[in-house]
Design a protein around this ligand. Structure first.
Ligand code: GLC
Length: 423
């Protein structure tokens, strides 16, 4: 289906295309390749340029570290408009990347490409990528869950992809701020400071980077020393969904040992995620694994078990009721944090605004959980808000105002994907 909106989306992806990878926006705000952005952007390319979709993912995996980690940023060109850039990260000789990771959605996206393009065209790509995916997932379960709890930890809010969610507030407050870096920030030159993370948060983000840099980003050291360590429900839900999709891909290429290994990941994480359901709260709660404290702030990640597992809604009808209550309090679906809470800020980044990539995950999860009606509402809202406010980075759920970066790649990709979906 081609419309003015989908044509505009294709033009944005073409404009942000740097040949073998896509930048999130051409404005200078994010002049590099981001991990989950790239994967989600491939879903958009899949709608009009299959080869380019595969290239996007293959470039990302060319940046995989020898230990299996796939960095959250790969710096390919001039990164001077971004802080912290490659020169600050100092990830290692010849290594132009960050030293942390991001939500592992790649296996899910690769399965989607397979379903879109079929066995013939996909098999060579899957043969190339599946072992790399397995190495990344294995890295998660060794480096980030050394005690075998079934839940992997993030060591930096940036790893979550939901940088300044209130879910991290208490854990981040416990991190030493270090010297102020407010004057080094570049993001506020491209977007209003009122819709970005605060200076106090930025100082801590950078101090964490410097602490990890001092350890040479060695996976065997970071878990123990990290001043920030959270087993996040949203992150683990994305990993669990990716585990299930990775199992499918390994099975397709007859890797029986790989399938058995991933089966263990799936069953451990299934049990551990389920143990994070809090009956009294009617929500899944993440946990600060340094203090052992459950985190009670209801961020959108707590809804993502719907995307991880098609049986979530039947086990916990309260979760969908909760989502419906969120939607009753806003104009447009879906806020990234529970409206009505003191921490809810409808214009500030991950403290309330709508992000289309998470909307897609919920749409997908709700369909699999027997709620196509709710999925339809979110799909329609997502397309309508872009039609009204442009291809912005995120949107105010109370007014529909577009916020942050402009002509955003993953917003364009989601429009192409959602426009092509059936209700
Ligand atoms: C911000 C977002 C993150 C995204 C990145 C690039 O840091 O919080 O999720 O990957 O921008 O778009």
């Amino acid at each position: 289906m081609t419309t003015d909106l989908t044509e505009a989306a294709i033009a944005i992806l073409r404009a942000n295309d740097r040949g073998d990878h896509t930048v999130p926006t051409s404005s200078g705000l994010y002049p590099a390749q981001w991990n989950w952005d790239s994967c989600l952007v491939a879903l958009g390319f899949a709608e009009f340029d299959p080869d380019r979709a595969w290239t996007e993912i293959e470039t990302l995996f060319d940046g995989q570290w020898p230990d299996g980690m796939v960095p959250h940023i790969l710096f390919h060109g001039d990164d001077s408009s971004y802080f912290p850039n490659a020169a600050i990260w100092q990830a290692g000789p010849g290594q132009r990347s960050s030293g942390i990771t991001q939500p592992p959605v790649a296996a899910t996206i690769i399965r989607h490409l397979f379903e879109r393009f079929g066995v013939q065209r996909s098999r060579p790509h899957i043969r190339l990528l599946a072992p790399k995916l397995l190495a990344w997932h294995r890295w998660f379960y060794t480096a980030r869950d050394p005690d075998g709890t079934g839940l992997v930890a993030i060591l930096h809010p940036w790893e979550s992809g939901m940088d300044n969610s209130p879910v991290w507030d208490a854990a981040l407050a416990a991190v030493e701020p270090g010297p102020s870096v407010a004057h080094l920030r570049r993001d506020t030159a491209f977007a209003d400071a009122a819709v970005r993370p605060t200076a106090a948060e930025y100082d801590r983000y950078i101090n964490l980077v410097l602490a990890f840099r001092a350890e040479g980003y060695r996976a065997d050291r970071l878990y123990g020393m990290a001043p920030f360590r959270v087993a996040d429900v949203g992150f683990n839900a994305m990993l669990q969904r990716a585990n299930r999709d990775l199992r499918f891909l390994l099975d397709m290429i007859d890797d029986t040992a790989g399938v058995a290994e991933v089966d263990r990941m799936i069953s451990n994480t299934r049990a551990a995620l389920e143990a994070r359901w809090d009956q009294a709260e009617g929500f899944y709660l993440s946990v600060d694994t340094r203090t052992g404290q459950a985190i009670r702030q209801p961020g959108i990640g707590g809804l993502l078990p719907l995307y991880a597992d098609p049986m979530t809604a039947s086990r916990h009808p309260a979760l969908i009721t909760r989502l419906e209550r969120w939607l009753d309090q806003v104009e447009i679906a879906v806020p990234s944090f529970e409206p009505g809470r003191p921490e809810f800020e409808p214009r500030r980044y991950w403290r309330g605004p709508i992000w289309l990539v998470v909307n897609w995950m919920l749409i997908d999860g709700l369909k699999r959980n027997g709620r196509p009606d709710l999925a339809r509402r979110i799909r329609r809202d997502s397309l309508a808000v872009v039609a009204r406010s442009g291809f912005r980075e995120y949107f105010d759920p109370t007014t529909g105002e577009g916020l942050g970066g402009t002509d955003f790649s993953w917003t364009a990709a989601m429009v192409l994907l959602l426009a092509g979906l059936k209700d």
